[in-house]
Design a protein around this ligand. Sequence first.
Ligand code: 5GP
Length: 178
Amino acid sequence: MNAKNLDLQVYISEEKIKKAVERIGNDLTTKLKGKKVVAVCVLKGSFLFYSDLIRRIDTDITCEFFGVSSYHGGTSSSGEVKVTLDLSSPIENQHVILVEDIVDTGLTMNYLKKAIESRNPASLTTVTLLEKPDALKVPCKLDYVGFQISNEFVVGYGLDYQGYYRNLPYIAQVLNLQ
Ligand code: 5GP
């Protein structure tokens, strides 16, 4: 399958994404206003969600980036998490918002939670745009979820297939994956 030849169907529209981002941003503002907050973007998939979300959080925050890779370009999780970029500053005693694009098996989010918690933050709030509850392989408690979706492969709004489609402004379902 040529990466740029997928048959796509809009699954979650720009308008619906915008409303979910506003809702989560308002909730995070209420929860964390006045605290020392650092928002951690999990690269690469959450960069668009993260950039929209932090603009909806009405309190002082600093930004950090954590690069991990678990799919290695395919469509099913390898279960192995590889760190490609570490945080650039300590997060000790700060209120951390961890922003993921999608929780599938839950392995990546659990790995990230442990990695953040080992650095002694004041608190950890987990956020994901998408969650596939039927795909979970390990229990994974999430504080804020944009959308729960069924167990199928999606691209767009930061999510890729072999590196492509991240720039779609909406989430699309892929109809012609074997
Ligand atoms: P997990 O460790 O929960 O199985 O997988 C998390 C990572 O797998 C996500 O951060 C994302 O990179 C990738 N992933 C899981 N499901 C999908 C999907 O439907 N589409 C895309 N593009 N990536 C996915």
